[in-house]
Write a protein of this length. Structure first.
Length: 247
């Protein structure tokens, strides 16, 4: 199973966007390029989303993901209904098609037994667990306690993503991200997100110096005024991230 760290762009809604970004990846690179497509239990049931310009139709998802070396295709899934979570995850993963490499779960502390069951059925799938504001709030914003809780997902989740922005473009706190990453290190990949864009990636220099295989993801600040993915912003972000990794 591929567990390489990645540079992520989330909120992709078309194959054109995906292919445009995929062309930026050099032939030799320490990180994959993660292409993230958003979905929820409601959108996969054909219901409208609160952010329609960030979420493609359920029937379009599998057409978006390109199969290329160095590309990590993930479906970012959210549900407000924890009942039948395994079946939701399996349905989402299957619906995303053969070129989907796995799921990111934007859910606060899902049942580890459910995730373990998913891993047994889909052993090759990448499984990223987002640690967001709700997850941190359950521990009264105690970073150490929150990081300790991630240990129950060791050997189950392939990656832990620390993201207090939730796609809203709220700026990352580099020191807080560094503290969480240091404390939560385990048998999975570590990643951070939160308001990232091309012109603020330099704030993560300390993080990358210490954790060279850390993943990053961006979403909210790569949108235009109409909430569509701004390819110019997305390309600048990817290019600046590649440059940062090269320093």
């Amino acid at each position: 199973m591929n567990n390489r760290p990645y540079i992520g762009v989330t909120g992709i809604t078309s194959r054109h966007q995906a292919l445009t970004l995929a062309r930026l990846l050099p032939e030799v690179c320490s990180h994959d390029l993660m292409l993230g497509v958003l979905a929820s239990n409601k959108t996969l049931a054909g219901e409208p989303d609160l952010f329609p310009n960030q979420t493609p139709s359920r029937l379009e998802i599998e057409k978006i993901f390109p199969k290329r070396k160095g590309i990590l295709n993930l479906l970012h899934y959210y549900t407000s209904d924890s009942i039948g979570l395994f079946h939701q995850m399996a349905y989402a993963y299957e619906l995303a098609g053969k070129d989907c490499d796995g799921l990111q779960l934007n859910i606060a502390w899902p049942d580890s037994r459910v995730l373990q069951r998913f891993r047994k059925v889909y052993p090759k799938a990448r499984l990223v667990l987002q640690i967001g504001r709700d997850a941190l709030q359950e521990f009264d914003r105690d970073i150490d306690a929150c990081a300790d809780e991630t240990q129950k997902y060791e050997g189950i989740a392939t990656d832990i993503l620390f993201d207090l922005s939730g796609g809203e473009g709220k700026a990352i706190d580099p020191e807080l991200a560094w503290k969480f990453t240091e404390k939560a290190l385990g048998n999975y990949g570590m990643g951070v997100a939160g308001g990232l864009e091309g012109n603020n990636l330099s704030t993560l220099k300390k993080l990358f110096r210490t954790f060279a295989d850390c993943s990053i993801d961006a979403q909210g600040r790569l949108r235009d005024a109409n909430d569509h993915l701004d390819l110019r912003k997305a390309k600048t972000y990817v290019q600046q991230a590649l440059a940062l990794l090269a320093t």
